[in-house]
Design a binder for this molecule. Sequence first.
Ligand SMILES: C[S@@+](CC[C@H](N)C(=O)[O-])C[C@H]1O[C@@H](n2cnc3c(N)ncnc32)[C@H](O)[C@@H]1O
Length: 333
Amino acid sequence: MDVPSLQRLVDRYPALIEEAERHRDLGWYPVGGEVLKQRYRPTSAVIDRFADHLFGGIGFDSRDFAVAVNELHPGSYGHRRPEIQGEALSRYRGMFEGQAQIEYRWLMEKYPGRLDDWISLVNEIYDFGGIRTPIALDRRYFFSTFHALRVGRRAIAASELMRGRPVRTLVEIGGGHGRTTRDLLWMLGAETVFYVDLPLNMLLAARFLGHFFPNRVNLVWSGDEAPVEGRINIVAPWLVDRIEVPVDLLVNFLSFHHMSIDALRFYGEHLIEPRVGALYHQNRDRPREAFDVGLDDYPFRTPFAVADRRDEAIVFDRRGARIGAIIEELLVR
Ligand SMILES: C[S@@+](CC[C@H](N)C(=O)[O-])C[C@H]1O[C@@H](n2cnc3c(N)ncnc32)[C@H](O)[C@@H]1O
């Protein structure tokens, strides 16, 4: 994205936050740590190379910046990540190589024919910054990041599970900075896309998706902007009623489990129940905080049947005690 258009996006951000606050009582408003994100005011330099700056709630965690868990907090958002060298770099490389082996084994066991697709997803370019590391797998050489390795499998799994169900219209709620939307778009070839997340994420997704799909991103950030067929529409949560077409697939990764029952009801009533044909998600099986909801209690389950359900990962608390599992589920009408 060129500098003037990035600056234009960043210039719109204060108005976007004002709109968010004006519509906060509709039900979608975030809870917990996600609220604190709204206080941060970005610059275009930070948004341009966001993977070089500390952020939570955009899909990255402390491991992606090679910092300790307590170094990533709302007060640190937007700060340049420390450069890693020496011992810390060796540790990072060890963790990276371990993750690469886990993902490669997963792929070879489940979908060996998708190796080229998977490499195209985890092959990382340098335009957003981040700790990019060389990798050699199956006599192929490329660069990736710890984050890319961790999330690359999602679009492979979703596209396999959706075989035989064409996805012309795709929605992601809580898409972080847009990476999985991009991956699914590449793997499923959807025509019209809607990305819904909080304001900071909308800005990052415009930067990220605008890079990979120039001239295809359409902003639905204010009441006078409408979604456009065939485009990637970045839609503010309070404007989801603007999505008026049937949705073949809606996805959510590690995001419903950060929402209140009010937000789940809001997305359920305004989008999921009236329009969505299939819902693929990965979220915690039980609540972790006072405000969140285990997946069996999501209020929008009624119209759907479970087509696939399996454990994706174990969840530990900060002291290392097991507190549940991330479940992967495909729900269909
Ligand atoms: C842990 S992050 C996961 C991001 C991404 N899906 C991933 O897995 O890489 C949680 C995401 O949910 C989004 N989120 C939290 N509350 C939300 C709400 N009420 N409405 C929309 N998005 C929300 C956050 O902004 C963030 O992008």
